[in-house]
Ligand binder design. Structure first.
Ligand code: HEC
Length: 161
């Protein structure tokens, strides 16, 4: 009787182990986006709006409104990022965050004073200033978002045939 119990016990353990081994491992849940990534995404949406328009030859009143709103929104989000996700030990990061805010603030100024001669060119210049900060910071942190935000490094280019 004793022997039987022991055998039973062992087989139970083995049996249990087998089931466990066969268990379907659940797919890793999609990583929750970080708070910073979410804020970046907000900036990205506004940035794409102004970039899309930056090739145009003329803006109507409603377009200036869109530019102003996008600029204001980028300023707001950038301020939030700077207060919550500052990197005091990374001077380049801090400087580029500030530059992004300044570029967006300038864009708002231009959009508010859009009847001025050269306002269109100035608005487009600010879009370029913005893009430069995105590209520089992502490159600095080795973040690869989309390649058109910055030039690819030489060594990443496919080899010549
Ligand atoms: C000073 C640094 C800095 C600047 C400037 C910057 N970014 Fe980022 N960006 C980051 C960091 C850091 C992350 C990674 C966030 C994470 O994954 O936690 C990021 C991530 C992103 C992402 C990915 C977000 C996601 O959904 O995972 C996008 C898109 C993005 N940035 C767009 C932009 C655009 C557009 C600009 C310019 C208008 C810009 N960024 C300027 C630092 C910067």
């Amino acid at each position: 009787m004793h022997k039987l119990l022991i055998i039973l016990c062992f087989s139970l353990i083995i049996f249990h182990g087998e089931i466990k081994g066969d268990e379907i491992v659940p797919a890793e849940p999609e990583k929750e986006k970080s708070e910073l990534a979410k804020l970046m995404h907000e900036i990205d949406v506004d940035y794409k709006v102004v970039e899309e328009m930056s090739g145009w030859y003329t803006y109507k009143k409603k377009h200036w409104e869109i530019i102003r709103e996008a600029g204001e929104s980028i300023v707001k989000v950038t301020k939030k990022i700077r207060s919550r996700f500052g990197k005091p030990d990374d001077w380049t990061y801090e400087e580029l965050m500030e530059k992004m805010q300044i570029a967006a603030e300038e864009m708002v100024k231009v959009a508010k004073d859009n009847r001025r001669e050269g306002a269109l060119e100035d608005a487009q210049w600010q879009v370029r200033m913005l893009r430069r900060t995105c590209a520089k910071c992502h490159k600095h942190l080795d973040i690869h978002i989309y390649p058109n935000l910055y030039k690819k490094k030489e060594k990443e280019m496919p080899p010549l045939p």
